[in-house]
Design a protein around this ligand. Structure first.
Ligand SMILES: [Zn+2]
Length: 439
């Protein structure tokens, strides 16, 4: 096995009360398994700009601290856009004594947002620190600018077209993006993940099971994304707001009072924009799967991890994020090429049986060398068609009262694929043998 020995990034990754270490590492570039989860829709510009002052957007559907400061949006404070950013969720019948709730309140990390943002301004002390909120996401970013030409990225042109709708000076040919553009890019990318996850799951906001859930993909509050440029700031942040050690690099957190999912990372070791995008895609897709239809119980770790790797590796395959479990130090051997590695493991008969692995909910209990296995298993599962994959995920999110996680998955495999878990595993092995390269 050709391995790269890497120790780039050690962080704690948390969901609810559970924690873990994580790392990122570089591998060789392999052709990604690209699955179309959602229909590609051509972006239609939606912002009207003031004819006399081109930079000013007359109909903003987002608040951005920098846009407000520069007079780019017709709002001075976030509350000037309150009516667009907050919504009233109405229930079909009285629920917990109410027929509706106001959601999308100006909150971050279970606190009033201004309190958190003022703390960040005082502690991070960066001129690049920007807060952006729209109808689904809140992004806190402290990012540098970058050159769009440095690394080829297939989505670059479509992203520039979207950015150009906000910034009239940007075009498909723009080379240099500044920190403000970069922050907006992460709101655009958050929506891309939402689109893909919605397409994969076949999320229907009008479905019966969504009627009493929160309006944000089933969460009561919006998804929060934090991208700190320096580890130090990220560490201080998790210490201040969650009471975790400042040595950490990131956290994925479910806020207990507000019911939001927060993806907190620093990007100090993700040198290129495409690396930051990979790390961000891994974490946010993970949060979205956990948060969809509400965070009510732990999902099987093989599937949540495998899907997060799949989302990340649809972007690029040469930079990978590994989320590890509580108290474990990372095993630093990461295969350079994932497909030949998985194929060799199967040839050696060195595959942990899925009937055992599927019982695990703690991501840390899946060794780092088995991440490629679960990524490949999820990739095969998705390759069998979106309709089946969505049925599988919808079943995983519909645990019956008293049903254990194993029986839930037996039911999900049977309902979606008409297969038992061992038969699925044998079919996956045959698929790998037939389609993966040996070197
Ligand atoms: Zn802005």
């Amino acid at each position: 096995m050709k391995s790269l020995v890497l120790c780039l990034h050690v962080s704690l990754f948390l969901i609810g009360w559970r924690s873990g270490l994580a790392q990122v590492g570089r591998s060789s570039f392999e052709k990604p398994d690209v699955y179309e989860f959602a229909e590609t829709v051509e972006y239609k510009p939606r912002y009207q700009h003031d004819p006399k002052k081109k930079r000013r957007i007359l109909n903003p559907d987002f608040y951005c601290s920098r846009c407000a400061k520069e007079g780019r949006i017709a709002a001075r404070t976030r509350d000037d856009l309150k009516e667009k950013l907050e919504i009233v969720k109405t229930y079909p019948m009285e629920f917990q004594g109410r027929t509706s709730d106001r959601r999308g309140l100006y909150r971050l990390m279970d606190h009033p947002a201004d309190y958190v943002l003022n703390w960040c301004a005082d502690e991070v002390r960066s001129k690049n620190l920007i807060y952006i909120e729209d109808q689904m996401f809140r992004v806190v970013a402290d990012l540098a600018g970058f050159s769009t030409k440095k690394v080829a990225y297939p989505r670059r042109e479509e992203e520039l077209i979207e950015l150009a709708d906000i910034f009239p000076r940007i075009s498909k040919k723009t080379v240099q993006l500044n920190s403000h553009h970069h922050a907006h890019l992460y709101l655009i990318r958050s929506h891309r993940i939402l689109r893909d996850m919605s397409g994969l799951i076949r999320h229907d906001p009008k479905a019966r099971e969504m009627a009493f859930l929160g309006p944000f993909f089933g969460m009561k509050e919006k998804f929060e994304v934090y991208l700190f440029r320096k580890q130090r700031d990220c560490g201080k942040f998790v210490e201040k707001f969650l009471g975790h050690p400042p040595s950490l690099d990131g956290i994925c957190w479910h806020t207990l009072s507000d019911d939001s999912m927060c993806a907190v990372s620093h990007v100090q070791l993700a040198k290129r924009d495409v690396d930051i995008n990979n790390l961000f895609t891994h974490r946010l897709s993970y949060c979205m799967l956990i948060g969809w239809r509400g965070y009510q119980y732990d999902l099987p770790a093989w599937f949540t991890m495998g899907l997060a790797h799949l989302f990340e590796r649809r972007e690029r395959t040469d930079f990978n994020t590994f989320l590890l479990g509580e108290g474990r130090r990372p095993n630093l051997r990461i295969p350079s090429k994932w497909k030949p590695y998985v194929k060799k493991r199967i040839a050696k008969g060195n595959i942990p049986p899925l009937v055992q692995v599927c019982k695990e909910t703690d991501v840390g209990k899946i060794p780092i060398g088995d991440r490629m296995i679960v990524w490949s298993q999820v990739s095969y599962l998705v390759s069998l068609g979106n309709e089946k994959a969505s049925r599988f995920i919808q079943t995983l999110k519909s645990k019956k009262k008293g049903e254990n996680l194993y029986n839930l998955q037996v039911r999900a495999f049977r309902r979606a694929y008409g297969l038992s878990i061992p038969v699925f595993e044998e079919q996956w092995k045959a698929w790998v043998k037939a389609t993966y390269p040996s070197v």
